[in-house]
Design a protein around this ligand. Structure first.
Ligand code: PRP
Ligand code: ZN
Length: 299
């Protein structure tokens, strides 16, 4: 196939989003082989190639149409939006989907033992960060003047080196903060991964694959929580039992041979089925309960 008709999707080269991004694409059916340089993943069964790049570069690669799509943290694109706004331009990438991985927050943290009294404590302090625009926005909204120390990495050691009184950095598990004897005091932004696309119109073939990918991503996100549930129920308790099935629209009701007073119910539950739910179902008269994972789903 013509090289220009293959979709390019930028993903983080190495970091928190790398494994879950690749995992999502594999669940969407993508099989790919990584080139010698490890920088490109060639799709074998879809006209889609992966570009492994620094996450901070993804918004630009996408809005400058080097890559058609990108998987990146909301924190990165919001910082980019503010940076562009400060330069008098608007971001040109388009957010297609919010994804349910890469959850983290951009937070302000101070050294353990600090008597933090609230955002006002930050007045006149030095705050180290790699997110100067998001931090400036947070401070401006609260009319707090502070010195932003912009670093390109290793923000967590700035207080120990005497370069800052506080930091503003991403927190995921929190272990980086603990290891550096810092603790979170304020949340600047809640973040998760998003899928973005180029502002440039794509040829029909490529667009079709973007649509197919979106449909598969939606399917993958839905099945994560979904379960297929099967049970036997007394006809008399049908209404009550249907009401107990979490997030299911129209269950299939099947007569049971030799048991005119009973039916079998099969339903897809779009929410997790907990032990408590099964217990309530049993109390309402259900028996032979079976809960199965759903592998794929297409609405
Ligand atoms: C972030 C952040 C911290 C770490 C926090 O880096 O800069 O170092 O994750 O995670 P934890 O709370 O689980 O310890 P990230 O992996 O996003 O890399 P990057 O900022 O260099 O892109
Ligand atoms: Zn980064």
């Amino acid at each position: 196939m013509d090289k220009d008709l293959r979709l390019k999707l930028a993903v983080q080269k190495s970091g928190r989003l790398t494994d879950p991004s690749v995992d999502l694409l594999v669940r969407c059916g993508l099989k790919f082989s990584r080139g010698k340089d490890q920088l490109v993943g060639y799709g074998e069964n879809m006209p889609l190639d992966l570009l492994f790049v620094r996450d901070d570069d993804i918004p630009d690669l996408v809005q400058e149409d080097v890559s058609d799509l990108g998987l990146v943290g909301l924190n990165v694109i919001e910082e980019k939006r503010l940076e562009l706004a400060a330069r008098g331009t608007a971001a040109r990438f388009e957010v297609l989907r919010s994804l349910d991985f890469g959850r983290c927050r951009l937070s302000i943290a101070v050294p353990d033992g600090t008597l933090f009294t609230g955002p006002d404590w930050l007045r006149g302090k030095r705050i180290a960060t790699t997110y100067p625009y998001l931090l400036a926005h947070y401070l401006a909204e609260r009319k707090i003047e502070a010195e932003i120390v912009t670093l390109s990495g290793a923000v967590e050691i700035a207080p120990r080196l005497g370069r800052a009184d506080a930091i503003c950095d991403l927190v995921s598990t929190g272990s980086t903060l603990v290891a550096n004897r810092l603790h979170e005091v304020e949340t600047v932004l809640e973040s998760h991964a998003v899928l973005i696309r180029t502002p440039v119109a794509l040829p029909a073939v490529k667009n079709e694959w973007v649509e197919r990918l979106l449909m598969r991503i939606d399917g993958v996100q839905q099945v994560k929580e979904s379960k297929y549930i099967m049970l036997h129920a007394p006809r008399a308790a049908l209404a009550e039992i249907r009401g107990l099935l979490p997030g299911s629209e129209s269950p299939t009701i099947i007569p049971l041979d030799g048991h005119p007073d009973k039916v079998a119910i099969h339903a897809v539950c779009r929410e997790n089925v907990f032990w408590e739910t099964l217990e309530s179902l049993k109390k309402a008269g259900a028996s032979a309960l079976l809960v199965l994972p759903v592998e794929k789903m297409l609405a």
